[in-house]
Design a protein around this ligand. Structure first.
Ligand code: CUA
Length: 335
């Protein structure tokens, strides 16, 4: 669309043309309907105006054919963008396999991105052309919104909760990254660039940054914080093992099951007593306020790195534990 409509942003992602087509459809149909209404209004006002000898209009008391027609036609018209938009929305919210996973932390007033191998950037995000990129995003303070007009993607970045967005850049270039949610004094200055590069250039760029992978930073943090004092394999373990955990179902004390995804692991770090794993005591201290969001993401990257091998076939479901004895009467101390 940018090719023939001045002022329209570039179209530089795989979904951009589809979003533009839907946008164009909505603009054209609304224009046609609005024009139709106004033309009828003017023509009827002239054609059926009050004239001598025909002062009072003839009243018509209902016509089911007319009513069905003016209900059915707009309904069908409205369902077209509904199904079209829903279809596109599902496409845009389901990342394809083989994404490059990048972490993005927003705060007043900057964007900080971190690549899996540890390259971090402020107000910039380098991505390869042609490969789907998935961002796992969180805010350290208020609500921000990640918006790249050229990619036609916009997703809110929330405090305390991960949100994700994915895109595939289609041509190399620098594209504006904007914050699209009012987030305080310098909201309008919360700008950055997404730099889409040819895969070879991108690999070069990654190589020049030279740093430590997020997973190994997370592993170091895991030891510094003493997590390995409880999460261990031997008889001194006071917390479940984390090897092979990522992405697998976990059985909780209340009998429910959750999948050990990013959100679950983050919640287990900042609010450990909310979801206690079946068979363990709720003794883990909270790390709320002690870790930056980047550090939490590093820990998640570490737990992910010791999770099931992504190339391996899906694991057989873990055998369900033996039936639990009925709960002891309250007040009795744990053994
Ligand atoms: Cu961040 Cu507006």
């Amino acid at each position: 669309m940018s090719r023939w409509l001045p002022g329209f942003p570039d179209a530089a992602s795989t979904v951009a043309d589809q979003v533009d087509a839907l946008f164009l459809f909505l603009v054209v149909t609304s224009t046609v309907i609005t024009l139709g209404i106004f033309i009828c209004l003017i023509v009827f006002a002239i054609r059926f105006r009050r004239r001598p000898g025909n002062e009072v209009a003839r009243q018509i008391a209902g016509s089911w054919k007319l009513e069905v027609t003016w209900t059915a036609i707009p309904l069908c018209l409205a369902l077209v963008p509904f199904f079209w938009g829903a279809n596109l929305y599902f496409d845009m919210s389901t990342p394809p396999p083989g994404t490059l996973d990048v972490h993005l932390v927003a705060r007043q007033w900057m964007w900080k991105s971190e690549h899996p191998d540890g390259q971090s950037e402020i107000d910039e995000l380098h991505v390869p052309v042609g490969q789907p990129v998935r961002l796992t995003m969180i805010s350290q303070d208020v609500i921000h919104s990640f918006y790249v007009p050229a990619f036609r993607v916009k997703t809110d970045v929330l405090p305390g909760r991960y949100s994700t967005v994915w895109f595939t850049a289609t041509s190399a270039g620098r594209y504006r990254l904007e914050c699209a949610e009012y987030c305080g004094t310098d909201h309008s200055q919360m700008l950055g660039w997404v730099v889409a590069m040819d895969p070879a250039d991108f690999a070069n760029w990654l190589g020049t940054q030279g740093t430590q992978s997020l997973a190994s930073q997370g592993e170091r943090l895991f030891q510094q914080l003493g997590c390995n004092g409880c999460h261990r394999a031997d008889s001194l373990a006071r917390a479940p093992m984390l090897e092979g955990l990522y992405g697998r179902p976990v059985r909780l004390q209340d009998g429910s099951q959750v999948v050990a995804d990013d959100a679950y692991i983050r919640a287990s770090i900042v609010n450990p007593s909310a979801q206690v794993v079946d068979g363990w005591q709720p003794i883990m201290p909270t790390f709320q306020g002690q870790l930056s969001e980047e550090q939490v993401l590093d820990l998640i990257a570490y737990i992910r790195s010791i999770g099931p091998d992504p190339g391996a076939p899906p694991p057989a479901p873990r055998p369900s534990p033996p039936p639990r004895p009925p709960l002891a009467p309250t007040g009795s101390p744990p053994p």
